[in-house]
Design a binder for this molecule. Structure first.
Ligand SMILES: Nc1nc2c(c(=O)[nH]1)N[C@H]1C(S)=C(S)[C@@H](COP(=O)(O)O)O[C@H]1N2
Ligand SMILES: [Mo]
Length: 198
């Protein structure tokens, strides 16, 4: 298996591949459960909790500026893919549309299909995070999270919620799906924050 689908990083990529990771050939799909089918007509995105509650349509998101991103992608199951090309909307542009309560310190990411994952507010608000709507120039395929997913390049990819449709703002940290099942609360790949020691 290792030789067929994965390879160790070459010299030039070594300093870009976190410890314990191999480079994937292609772009594997990693989903727990079925792929939700969501059309852009019915698609909605909501914010609630310690924020002024609001709901946005696809058209609302399409009014925000779009940028090209190149980001390395690290799955905790030990594969990485370098230089994934995405098009999307910066988190820092989206959050200008909402009013976050000063008490909010954590977020629960919610998705079509019921997946959840938690992230701290500072990890979420980083300049390099974005909502992807295209992958390698094509509309984001459903299996990779289309029509829209979050990408958080500096954390393991289970924080990059596919089919994301909501942000719940919290004062205290709560655990999402994988975090309740033993994954690390934060998931920083360079520190190999894979699993919780609790
Ligand atoms: N909604 C949802 N988002 C998800 C997942 C999932 O199962 N459901 N899997 C996560 C994991 S573990 C990884 S590695 C990446 C995989 O993204 P990909 O399938 O586009 O490679 O999505 C993350 N986001
Ligand atoms: Mo993953």
């Amino acid at each position: 298996m290792l030789g067929k689908f994965f390879q160790p990083p070459g010299e030039e990529d070594k300093n870009r591949v976190p410890p314990g990771q191999h480079l994937a050939k292609g772009f594997p799909v990693l989903t727990y459960g079925a792929t939700p089918q969501v059309s852009i007509e019915e698609w909605e995105f909501s914010v609630w909790g310690l924020v002024q509650p609001a709901t946005f349509t696809w058209a609302d998101f399409m009014e925000l500026p779009q940028h090209e991103f190149s980001a390395d992608f690290h799955c905790v199951t030990r594969w990485s893919k370098l230089d994934v090309k995405w098009t999307g909307i910066k988190v820092t542009d989206f959050i200008k549309l909402i009013t976050i309560d000063a008490k909010a310190a954590h977020i629960m990411e919610h998705c079509y299909g019921g997946y959840t994952t938690n992230i701290s507010l500072p990890d979420f608000l980083r300049e390099e995070n974005f909502f992807a709507v295209k992958l390698f120039g094509e509309p984001l395929p459903p299996e990779h999270g289309g029509p829209l997913r979050l990408v958080v390049p500096h954390l393991y990819a289970w924080k990059s919620a596919k089919w994301i449709n909501g942000l719940e703002f919290l004062e205290r940290e709560e655990f999402g799906f994988w975090e309740r099942n033993g994954y690390h609360r934060r998931g920083e790949p360079w520190a190999e924050e894979r699993y919780s020691s609790m």
